[in-house]
Design a protein around this ligand. Sequence first.
Ligand SMILES: Cc1cc2nc3c(=O)[nH]c(=O)nc-3n(C[C@H](O)[C@H](O)[C@H](O)COP(=O)(O)O)c2cc1C
Length: 201
Amino acid sequence: MSIRILGISGSPRRRGNTETLLDSFLEGAQEAGAEVEKVILKNMDFSACHGCNACHKTGDCVVKDEAPVLYDRILAADGIAVASPIYSMGITAQLKGFIDRGQYLWARKLMLKTLSFSDEHVRRHKAVFISTAGQNNPNVFDAAFPAIKALFNGCGFEYFCNVTADNMDEFGGIKNHPTALTDAYKKGQEMARALLREREA
Ligand SMILES: Cc1cc2nc3c(=O)[nH]c(=O)nc-3n(C[C@H](O)[C@H](O)[C@H](O)COP(=O)(O)O)c2cc1C
């Protein structure tokens, strides 16, 4: 029995603090028995939502690019790990743009009623938000949470936890953090084990 966890990095900076924290989480998940994959949003070809509302009638997005393809991969995963640094007190443009493109799932759920997730489905699908920020203030992440929650709800995932590290203004500073990488690794293990337990139940 295998479970799949998809990591999504919303940082435009490769191998920076946020992607490094995501990597630790995925390594922990893999060690605990999950199959893991990682996608880099900035390398994907998708535009921002056009706001045409065509999806309110059809349940599909009229823009044919890589965003719906990634949503299909999310919907097929058992777990997701969504990562973004804090930019201007919120998530990056790349991640926000991608979340907006999931509006067609919202239309299916709430307007067309063609999509729903049972409580059991949500229990068996878990998601984590991973973030870093420059300010030395643990509340700096607060404004990011609502959009992340909307993504997890929209795709039928239970919000498992946050893995965050503040005071990270320096490139690569995460490697000197006393606990962040170990904590992320342990959270990866925990989420994979929780998903495996749900599978066996
Ligand atoms: C455009 C930009 C905006 C930022 N805005 C904030 C902010 O509002 N609050 C904050 O605490 N850090 C802010 N930061 C700092 C980053 O969140 C922090 O350095 C983070 O660790 C960078 O992650 P990365 O290495 O994955 O790029 C900003 C950085 C950039 C480049």
